[in-house]
Write a protein that binds this ligand. Structure first.
Ligand SMILES: NC(=O)c1ccc[n+]([C@@H]2O[C@H](COP(=O)([O-])OP(=O)(O)OC[C@H]3O[C@@H](n4cnc5c(N)ncnc54)[C@H](O)[C@@H]3O)[C@@H](O)[C@H]2O)c1
Length: 259
């Protein structure tokens, strides 16, 4: 698929980090881009800075996602590319004994469900709506659209405390092939990126020492990933017409340790 001024794209979580880098790369290639994001301040600011359209959106809600697609399509036409970056997680042990009090605490079920709803269901909700819209378009060079999802290294090597996040991201990996198969007759491709550790605002809680220690765990290059490197792969997954039904690790060969 050509990425130029004729292409309309949607990036969820596009106000920050990996999503924002993808917005910038798509805009640099000339595409029209809509940022779908929960955060109205960063969303409006980054849309103004990049020349994108901001559509405030909570991927947890059908109504909110429908309204965002309606706004984006009114502004820039039906999208042929969707990049799903909205997501996040928590760090809670499955069951844990408090070292001081001896009290035993369990992972709250509602916290587990929230991570699945945000990452797995939120991604699927955006794909269903985007695919339905893409299906109304005439194919160009035989294809109607391309979808890129964001999983995590945690999908296969989750650390302690990451049960919910790992399950949610493994869900995204697991659904990639069946969704690609579902949409194959319509000429819509679906791929997923499994990032290792990237230097984004999501890592802002870590001290510089912690970030350096995380970077040192990466075999090569021995540093955190740059969001632009994620964006580069996302754009290749959109461009390359034979890229379909696949999940690709992008992680400097890191395999996460238990903690
Ligand atoms: N940074 C990393 O090291 C890393 C590694 C693996 C996977 N990931 C995944 O990559 C994606 C992007 O991560 P990031 O590091 O760029 O994070 P980030 O916090 O910089 O950006 C995430 C964006 O998503 C938005 N968002 C959150 N909840 C939302 C919701 N309900 N609806 C709409 N938008 C919402 C936030 O407002 C934010 O702008 C996430 O899915 C994350 O799990 C990140």
């Amino acid at each position: 698929m050509k990425i130029d001024s004729a292409l309309s794209a949607v990036v969820t979580g596009g106000a920050s980090g990996l999503g924002l880098a993808t917005v910038k790369a798509l805009r640099a290639a000339g595409a029209k881009v809509a940022i779908f994001d929960l955060n109205p301040e960063t969303g409006a600011k980054e849309a103004a800075a990049t020349g994108a359209t901001f559509c405030q959106c909570d991927v947890l809600s059908d109504e909110s996602v429908d309204a965002a697609f309606a706004k984006a399509r009114a502004a820039q036409g039906q999208e042929r590319a969707l990049v799903c970056c909205a997501g996040g997680g928590n760090a809670i042990a499955t069951a844990r004994r408090d070292k001081k009090t001896g009290a035993i605490n369990m992972f709250p079920s509602d916290q587990f469900e929230w991570v699945l709803r945000l990452n797995t269901v939120g991604t699927f909700r955006c794909i269903t709506r985007s695919a339905a819209g893409m299906m109304t378009l005439d194919p160009i060079d035989g294809e109607r659209g391309a979808v890129v999802n964001t999983a995590s290294a945690a999908a296969t090597d989750g650390q302690m405390g990451q049960a919910a996040y790992s399950a949610a991201k493994a869900g995204i990996v697991g659904m990639t092939l069946p969704i690609a198969r579902d949409l194959s007759r319509e000429g819509i491709r679906v791929n997923t990126i499994q990032p290792g550790i990237f230097n984004t605002p999501a890592m802002a809680r870590a001290t510089p020492e912690m970030l350096q220690a995380l970077g040192a765990m990466v075999p090569f290059p021995t540093r955190l990933g740059h969001p632009e490197e994620y964006a580069s792969l996302a754009l290749e997954m959109i461009r390359n017409g034979y890229f379909n039904g696949e999940t690709v690790r992008l992680d400097g060969a890191i395999r996460m340790q238990p903690r």
